[in-house]
Design a protein. Structure first.
Length: 70
């Protein structure tokens, strides 16, 4: 059981690492070629929603920042 949880945890770590890299790639492509995929606009919308949410948005922002630090 412990081995299975370790395996699934490893898969989740690989998947989130891949998604982080794709987001960074989308931002770089958006900066260079004019936001073709809408990644920068999506990040802007997300930050706008965080700003409207007050304290809950601030907590979510701290969690996201902590996630990116790893």
């Amino acid at each position: 059981m412990k081995n299975g949880i370790t395996t699934i945890s490893g898969w989740i770590g690989i998947l989130t690492g891949l998604l982080q890299q794709l987001i960074v790639l989308g931002v770089v492509v958006g900066i260079l070629f004019g936001d073709v995929f809408g990644v920068i606009a999506g990040i802007g919308n997300l930050m706008g929603q965080v700003g409207e949410s007050g304290l809950a948005g601030l907590v979510a922002l701290v969690l996201v920042a902590t996630w990116y630090k790893k």
